[in-house]
Design a protein. Structure first.
Length: 94
């Protein structure tokens, strides 16, 4: 699928601020896998455990419960960085 059609699938259920933009647990997913199939957690969670170990996965779960707030400045910086990354990716693909 083209990257512009992908959705951000989160390997940890729930979209709290503590994990919303955590790149380690966000992967591209199609709409079907991300929404009707609820993120394919039965595949995604074992993948994360394999990648980061049980301790790493548990630390992500703890982050889910952390209260995080984003300032306007932080969100704008993140937007700019993600746009830069997308532009770079698009340029590499031609």
């Amino acid at each position: 699928m083209h990257w512009k059609e992908a959705q951000a699938g989160h390997g940890i259920p729930g979209r709290s601020a503590g994990i919303l933009f955590l790149e380690e647990i966000v992967r591209p997913q199609c709409y079907r896998c991300n929404v009707p199939m609820r993120g394919m957690q039965e595949v995604f969670i074992p993948y994360l455990i394999d990648m980061y170990g049980r301790d790493g996965y548990e630390s992500f779960m703890r982050l889910k419960h952390s209260a995080g707030k984003f300032t306007q400045e932080t969100l704008e910086a993140m937007r700019d960085e993600f746009k830069r990354m997308a532009d770079e990716y698009e340029a590499e693909r031609g």
